[in-house]
Design a binder for this molecule. Structure first.
Ligand SMILES: [Zn+2]
Length: 181
């Protein structure tokens, strides 16, 4: 799988609710390795399985280090947000909606339950970049895109651009974001 395999807005798989992960086997591990390569190639910091054509509830996050070019590689299966608090703004982009970045309002703090690559259950809390990326990727698992979270006015301004993206036509904005999820 390469960056070319990333499903783009208009692809129906991005609108499906993904099935829970039940088999935590070697094949899942291999797929996840592949996804990390794809995400890095696409210069993203998060990637959900439906974005590479797999309608299953798992996602990866590559949190950039401040002091070197390396990333923390994180995996989450069957994530469930248990609690949220606060509100924050963040300029989001999405590897599946290339060329658009928009300010998206989401809860600042989340408490999450999820499973690791061996199926073990964990809970975690975060109020930083990880919380933001997780909420965006969990939306993907539920068939929701960040553009769905914009105001109707904002969304209607993007209507033509979105049509172009769905038809794989070039768009004018074209700015590449460092926070493509
Ligand atoms: Zn995305």
């Amino acid at each position: 799988m390469s960056a070319d395999n990333i499903r783009i807005y208009g692809d129906e798989i991005l609108r499906l609710k993904a099935a829970p992960v039940v088999d935590f086997n070697e094949s899942l591990k291999a797929t996840v390795e592949d996804m990390f390569d794809t995400m890095q190639q696409a210069e993203g910091i998060g990637l959900a399985a439906p974005q590479v054509g797999i309608s299953q509830a798992f996602l990866i996050v590559g949190l950039p280090h401040e002091d070197d070019d390396d990333i923390d590689r994180l995996f989450f299966a069957n994530p469930k947000i248990l609690e949220t608090d606060g509100e924050s703004h963040f300029e989001e982009g999405c590897l599946s909606v290339p060329g658009i970045t928009e300010d998206v309002v989401r809860p600042q703090w989340i408490k999450l339950e999820c499973q690791d690559i061996d199926g073990k259950i964990h809970t975690l809390e975060d109020d930083g970049l990880l919380a933001r990326v997780l909420q965006h990727e969990i939306d993907h698992i539920n068939g929701i895109l960040f553009i769905d979270r914009l105001s109707p006015a904002r969304k209607s301004l993007l209507k033509n651009t979105l049509k172009k993206i769905a038809r794989r036509e070039p768009i004018e904005t074209g700015s590449k974001t460092k926070s493509a999820l």
